[in-house]
Design a protein around this ligand. Structure first.
Ligand SMILES: [Zn+2]
Length: 275
């Protein structure tokens, strides 16, 4: 390791500033009024399913049988090239999201796809290990990393589950669907960083009845994988962990709530990039 320079302490002591001002973002939690269920899909263990969520409707991700983490992808229903942007959501809201935070779409669209309107695990806060729930840090378990680390091929990783479910929902060939699968929102997962900055996970505090409610800002296709890691307290690339289904429910807002509903426009930047 190189020797620290004489001004090391002064360099380290420079005060940090927040990159984005959270007050500049609209963080009001919308009130959709009494909700009416219109659709439900049960995601079996170690698998994924897709569901359409119309603008203004609520996607409820519901724990039903046991501690189970879900890996969520979001797309504009009419254009798969507009998808959830985990990195920018992290930069704008933080490493973990909860009620009041928004899930943003990728460049060049960069508009809110959904607002989190209820999080039954918001009480969890930051635990003694520095972990929080619902991260936008991790990517998704996948068979390629399994190969990289010398393991056997395992076909029920979240990446593969999402790929199959998206292919089934869109009639795209598997390789094309795979190209649209992206970094996820880790629903119900408890994660953080250790003192050296390494990504850590622990068994999720989720229990049956817990839920995360998202209000769609425009028509969405949501795809959720029930991670083969189960509560993600151990590994991800085997059938060893107990796994449970998760329900995806779509709920319509109260009549009148959608009157005058404004779909957020795509980002107004003109894309000239200085040319
Ligand atoms: Zn997974």
């Amino acid at each position: 390791m190189p020797e620290a320079p004489p001004d090391a302490a002064a360099r380290r002591a420079v005060a940090p500033v927040a990159v984005y001002d959270p007050d500049a973002l609209d963080r009001k939690i919308p009130d959709p009024g009494p909700l009416t269920p219109v659709d439900t899909i049960r995601v079996p263990p170690r698998d994924a399913r897709a569901i359409h969520v119309p603008a203004g409707h609520v996607l409820r991700i519901l724990s039903i049988e046991g501690a189970q983490v879900g890996d969520l992808n979001l797309f504009a229903a009419d254009d798969l090239s507009e998808r959830f942007f985990s990195g920018k959501t992290r930069a704008l809201h933080g490493t973990h999201v909860t009620a009041g935070d928004r899930l943003w779409s990728c460049l060049p669209y960069l508009r809110p796809m959904a607002t989190i309107i209820y999080d039954s695990l918001s009480w969890y806060g930051t635990d003694p290990h520095g972990c929080r729930v619902h991260d936008v840090i991790g990517t998704r378990c996948d068979p390629y990393t399994g190969r990289l680390l010398g393991g056997d091929d395992y076909h029920r990783c979240c990446h593969s589950n999402l790929t199959r479910a998206l292919a089934d929902a869109t009639d795209l060939p598997l390789p094309e669907a795979e190209g649209h699968v992206h970094d996820v929102l880790n629903v119900f997962m408890a994660t953080g960083f250790d003192e050296t900055g390494r990504y850590i996970m622990k068994a999720s505090p989720v229990r049956p009845g817990d839920r995360l409610d998202l209000q769609a800002q425009f028509d969405l296709l949501a795809v959720l994988s029930t991670c083969p890691g189960g509560d993600c307290g151990s590994g991800h690339s085997s059938d060893d962990a107990p796994c449970f289904p998760i329900d995806l429910q779509v709920l319509a807002p109260a009549p009148g709530v959608l009157e005058g509903w404004q779909v957020p426009p795509s980002n107004p930047y003109d894309r000239s990039h200085g040319r």
